[in-house]
Design a protein around this ligand. Structure first.
Ligand SMILES: Nc1ncnc2c1ncn2[C@@H]1O[C@H](COP(=O)(O)OP(=O)(O)O)[C@@H](O)[C@H]1O
Ligand SMILES: [Mg+2]
Length: 230
């Protein structure tokens, strides 16, 4: 099996607000995720789950440690490679959908296909966006604005948007945190389907034991260390 994510001895500290000392979030974190696997990361609030995911997505930098994702050594990427990595290699889904309110569902999904690469709206991009929306069960909502669909649907649009550039890894940070139990179940089932059918490697932070149980592996982050639960 191919390793999709390989993290060794990762640590992260932030300077305290007065800058006097360092706040240590975690250290000695090792994590290997095989291509096509799905991993849940659980742990109390403030334990560093978002920080860990942000580091894997290169939205933040580690204090120390080695990261290899999709055969790229993240410690050694150049500036242009960093933006390409964020845009193409990983997809992100957050607790809040972050959709643009004045763009249609279809436009929101197409957007990362345009970002920063001087690309135009092509028929191919439009077709891909329509197809992904079909796959997440929203083929009938493409012309709606985010305000005209339900919370569960908005979060499925956010998933569709994260997939437009066909990432190798999907990073989901409490993606069901703002949903009721029925919509949460629907969303986790969708993520599971994408993981199984597209062989998309999935890392999901969640507070829900039920959602975590749907993933092939589970890790617990607490008191500065990550340990595997199953
Ligand atoms: N930009 C930042 N500057 C300083 N401290 C931060 C920053 N981001 C996160 N932290 C701290 O790191 C710790 C972990 O935060 P976070 O990763 O958001 O936890 P979780 O997602 O598990 O709730 C918290 O103590 C938080 O205050
Ligand atoms: Mg968090």
């Amino acid at each position: 099996m191919n390793k999709m994510i390989e993290i060794s001895n990762l640590s992260k500290s932030f300077p305290s607000p007065d800058g006097e000392e360092m706040v240590h979030v975690f250290s000695g974190v090792d994590l290997v995720v095989e291509e096509g696997s799905s991993v849940a990361i659980v742990g109390p609030s403030g334990s560093g789950k978002s920080t860990l995911l942000n580091i894997v997505g290169l939205l933040d930098k580690p204090t120390d440690g080695k990261l290899i994702v999709a055969h790229k050594n993240l410690n050694k990427l150049k500036e242009t490679e960093v933006s390409e990595y964020r845009n193409q290699t990983v997809g992100f889904v957050f607790q809040a959908h972050h959709l643009l309110p004045s763009c249609t569902v279809l436009e929101n999904v197409m957007l990362p296909g345009l970002a920063g690469f001087g690309e135009k709206v092509t028929e191919e991009l439009k077709e891909r966006a329509n197809q992904i929306l079909e796959e997440v069960g929203l083929g009938h909502r493409t012309s709606h604005l985010p305000g005209q669909i339900s919370g569960g649907e908005r979060q499925r649009v956010a998933v569709a948007r994260s997939l437009i550039n066909q990432p190798s890894v999907l990073l989901a940070d409490e993606p069901t945190g703002a949903l009721d139990s029925k919509n949460s179940e629907h969303l986790v089932n969708l993520l599971k389907e994408l993981n199984e059918e597209k062989s998309l490697t999935l890392v999901m932070v969640t507070h829900s034991a039920e959602s975590a149980n749907q993933m092939k592996q589970a890790y617990h982050l607490d008191e500065g260390s990550l340990r595997q639960e199953r």
